[in-house]
Design a protein around this ligand. Structure first.
Ligand code: CDP
Ligand code: MG
Length: 632
């Protein structure tokens, strides 16, 4: 009731009733995501069917729970959510939170989106590729459906661009409640930002009596490290200072642990939340008075020359820095400690680069083709990708067999577009269906659909963990990491109790919760493929089948292959770049004439992960059209 947006609700209702398109700008935490759907629904509770998109699945789930709670209903009825591999909505759902990717899939199946009266694109300032794409589709749809209402919500004030795209749609601003935040810079740059963050947290925790602390770090690795360090410090904590409850928050974390950041910790403890940019705008954590900002985040970057994408740690923008700082001033005056110099701050870009300009556009292009857009270059993009990127992605789709010589979508491409997987993984799965190794490939693809299933042990523990994983490497008969993954899954399935499974996972550095989700994902994928579950889940595959499995992956990852040179280094087939087998791979230190890999990471060197051996003639067998074309 006391949210800033509540005061404006009558005006908002009136505007939503009148405008076909409205741009709503409001400070993070002002109540946009949780309240706007309810305002719209109240216009006509019988008939309003509202879809609200979120770039992140955690946010979609969390918001649905919150709104259901506020309305005193259970999730899945009036209020629900749909995210990849989990659907909690039904015929009676009037307010549905869903990821932007899921709305796009629904659009392919029902191009008019007639199941909804209103679409709300939330977190539009994040400029994810999929939200950008939806903006274009909805612009066209608004012309066809005069009864459709569109609301675009953003946490930053640069809304003119959205307005201009929709024929000068009205922009409304919700005044947020913002207290003053004092900001501090470092006098000189630091070498180790995790260490600096930990020291800053300790300093705040000793010096300030109340208020929770929110720390922004680049990614899981940094967060895990800081969590360990702080947990250790907390053990010899002086009695005078309130105890610390150290809580990590990142997308790959099990859900119950994610939810812990929203609760009051037991006793007199003060929360220290260590988060990625997930806490920047899409989730609001109550109680925060101090923000520690590393100035870094992880973004997906696409390497045109390699035909690969990978996550890189890069400096944030000034706009992100402002958002992070704002988290400290929501409930009372706060403080923000920036772990960089004022000069560094001035050198930051003002805005983050939109995803569409730095990511692989194969998946969106396939969606466009599937939706009947022939000339993707001429489509009404909210922001047009670079021509080079589009050409590279079209080539990739052609190599996958999703497009024909004339650039038209093939029946295979149509099937790929409807699977909730990246085009190359979809291609693998469809190939497996034809090759009779569907079950094993489904196992592997399900595993690959979960981030961080195999955890990266601390370098001290790496040898120990590798040794424990060795029997599974043996069982895979040298066919590489993909088959090791399946061996691990089959063994996990065979274990008895939950405790037994959990202990085994801990021992082998496998994410227990993630592993437990694999079966569910497999079931959902089977649903999409319309195949029945087979009873031979633990079927041990033969050498010939293993070869088939790798060939299926080759059909999807033909661009991600590398050849061994006489000096034993590997050079990528596409782009001719040097690449190394990652030390965590079962193929590390082994020799084989060529490899295929499904993951690429760049740290000090370029590394291939999830590596399997291949033979050169398989390339010719699986992707002749691709190779011939390249020679031509
Ligand atoms: O979307 P916006 O950032 O404008 O705000 P919101 O997500 O609608 O959140 C409004 C308020 O509800 C915030 O002050 C949150 O603290 C609170 N909230 C919460 O306590 N628990 C949730 N799961 C979601 C929101
Ligand atoms: Mg929001």
């Amino acid at each position: 009731m006391s949210l800033p947006i509540t005061a404006a609700q009558d005006v908002l209702r009136e505007k939503f009733a009148k405008n076909r398109v409205t741009i709503l700008v409001g400070e993070t935490g002002s109540g946009k995501s949780t309240q706007v759907p309810k305002f719209i629904r109240s216009l006509d509770p019988e008939h309003e069917r509202i879809a609200i998109t979120q770039p992140r699945r955690v946010a979609a789930i969390n918001l649905a729970r919150r709104v259901a709670d506020e309305m005193k209903v259970s999730v899945g009825k009036e209020v629900g959510y749909t995210v990849r591999f989990s659907n909690m909505s039904g015929a009676s759902t009037g307010i549905k939170f869903l990821t932007d990717g899921m709305l796009l899939r629904e659009l392919l199946v029902k191009p008019k989106l007639s199941q909804y009266t209103t679409i709300v694109l939330d977190e539009a300032h994040e400029r994810t590729l999929l939200t950008d794409l939806l903006m274009g589709f909805l612009k066209a749809l608004l012309r066809q459906r005069t009864d459709l209402r569109l609301v675009i919500m953003s946490a930053t004030i640069d809304a003119e661009r959205f307005s201009a795209f929709y024929d000068d749609a009205e922009v409304l601003y919700v005044q947020g409640r913002m207290y003053n935040v004092e900001r501090f810079y470092l006098p000189a740059p630091v070498e180790d930002v995790v260490d600096a963050a930990v020291r800053t947290v300790v300093q705040i925790a000793m010096g300030e009596k109340t208020g929770d602390i929110l720390v922004f770090l680049a990614g899981q690795e940094e967060i895990d490290k800081a969590t360990d360090m702080l947990t250790e410090v907390a053990q010899s904590w002086p009695k005078e200072a309130p105890e610390l409850a150290v809580l990590p928050l990142y997308a790959a974390l099990p859900q119950n642990q994610q939810m812990a950041v929203f609760e009051r910790p037991k006793g007199n403890r003060r929360k220290v939340v260590l988060a990625t940019n997930i806490a920047e705008t899409s989730l609001t954590i109550p109680g925060v008075r101090y923000v520690v900002d590393s100035g870094l985040h992880k973004v997906k970057v696409w390497w045109h020359d390699l035909g690969l994408d990978s996550l890189l740690v890069v400096p944030i923008s000034q706009s992100s820095a402002a958002q992070r700082m704002g988290r400290a001033g929501r409930e009372a005056p706060g403080k923000c400690y920036r772990l960089y110099t004022e000069q560094d701050y001035r050198n930051l870009k003002t805005q983050n680069e939109p995803e569409v300009l730095r990511c692989d556009v194969a998946s969106p292009l396939l969606v466009l083709k599937c939706a009947g857009v022939d000339n993707v270059f001429k489509w009404d993009w909210f922001e047009r990708p670079q021509k080079k990127a589009m050409v590279a992605s079209l080539t990739q789709l052609y190599a996958l067999g999703a497009l024909d010589n004339a650039g038209a979508i093939t029946p295979l491409g149509r099937k790929m577009a409807l699977l909730p997987l990246a085009p190359h993984l979809a291609a693998v799965l469809l190939k497996a269906q034809a090759a009779g190794v569907e079950d094993a490939v489904l196992d592997i693809v399900s595993c690959l659909s979960i981030e961080n299933l195999l955890m990266n042990p601390h370098p001290d523990k790496r040898d120990d963990v590798n040794e424990k994983r060795q029997p599974f490497v043996q069982a895979s008969a040298g066919m590489g990491d993909l088959l090791v993954l399946r061996e691990l899954l089959v063994f996990f399935r065979g274990l008895g109790s939950r405790d037994e499974k959990r202990d085994w996972c801990r021992d082998l550095y496998i994410n227990f919760r993630a592993m437990s989700n694999v079966e569910d994902i497999k079931r959902q994928l089977q649903g999409y493929l319309k195949t029945k579950a087979r009873a031979d889940n633990d079927h041990r595959i033969t050498a010939a089948e293993a070869e088939q499995v790798i060939k299926c992956f080759l059909a999807g990852f033909v661009c991600n292959t590398a050849l061994m040179l006489p000096d034993r280094s590997y050079k990528t087939v596409v782009g001719s770049q040097t690449i190394n087998i990652h030390p965590s791979s079962s193929m590390f230190g082994k020799r084989t004439e060529a490899i295929i890999y499904t993951e690429y990471i760049f740290t000090t060197k370029a590394y291939a992960r999830m590596v399997s051996p291949i033979q050169l003639d398989w390339l010719q067998e699986i992707a002749p059209h691709f190779l011939n074309r390249r020679e031509a």
